[in-house]
Design a protein around this ligand. Structure first.
Ligand code: SF4
Length: 198
């Protein structure tokens, strides 16, 4: 009997951090607001230890709590390690990216500001942006960009990799961060910026 109870508890713990189980639970609590779907994907991955997002997805504690309350009221999060804090030395880079995102937000929904901060936190990771954000496909990221930052998304008319695209916008403004050539056509890094993102 005791062995069965332990087995049951172990199964419950495994299910609690299974991203598919978490995703289903988050979706069951979703309020039907814009961005519920992508926040659910990110949170399911983050709670199960995937992706590259830091503590609270890169939000402050109050922002993170407000996001859960607004989009998934009643959802009982599993316990997990807090995760890494954002690296202090990259704060200026994050500030530049955040200004870019916030300046280009659609202005339709309060969650766009949280989304901007989360996308910027994802840019600090080492993989493709959709993977670092804990999304389940690149298409989710493209839809997120088009919904929350439509003017910015429209500028990516050559289907550039999203992280490279965002940094390229900073290069266009101030010539910093990634670009070593005056134009993409003559740049040795062309394939890194425009290759497939999967
Ligand atoms: S291809 Fe070269 S110039 Fe174009 S965005 Fe990439 S690094 Fe910058």
């Amino acid at each position: 009997m005791l062995a069965m109870q332990q087995q049951f508890r172990q199964q419950e713990r495994r299910q609690a951090v299974d991203p598919r189980h978490l995703l289903a639970s988050l979706r069951a609590h979703a309020t039907g607001l814009p961005n519920d779907d992508v926040f659910a994907s990110m949170l399911a991955t983050w709670y199960s230890g995937g992706g590259a997002l830091p503590r609270c997805l890169g939000l402050s504690d109050p922002q993170f709590g407000a996001l859960l309350q607004r989009h998934f009221p009643g959802f009982v999060p599993p316990t997990r390690d807090d995760g890494d804090d954002l690296e202090l030395e990259r704060a200026p880079e994050r500030d530049d990216l955040l200004a870019l995102m916030v300046d280009n937000r659609a202005g339709n929904d309060p969650s766009e500001e949280w989304m901007a901060a989360i996308v910027v936190a994802g840019c600090m990771g080492n993989d493709h942006l959709w993977q670092d954000l804990g999304l389940w496909s690149r298409a989710e990221l493209t839809a997120l960009m088009e919904r929350n930052f439509p003017a910015l998304a429209a500028r990516n008319d050559r289907n550039m990799k999203w992280k490279k695209f965002l940094y390229k916008q900073l290069c266009n403004g101030e010539g910093v961060y990634v670009c070593r050539a005056p134009s993409c056509e003559v740049c040795a890094d062309f394939d890194h910026c425009f290759g497939e993102e999967r």
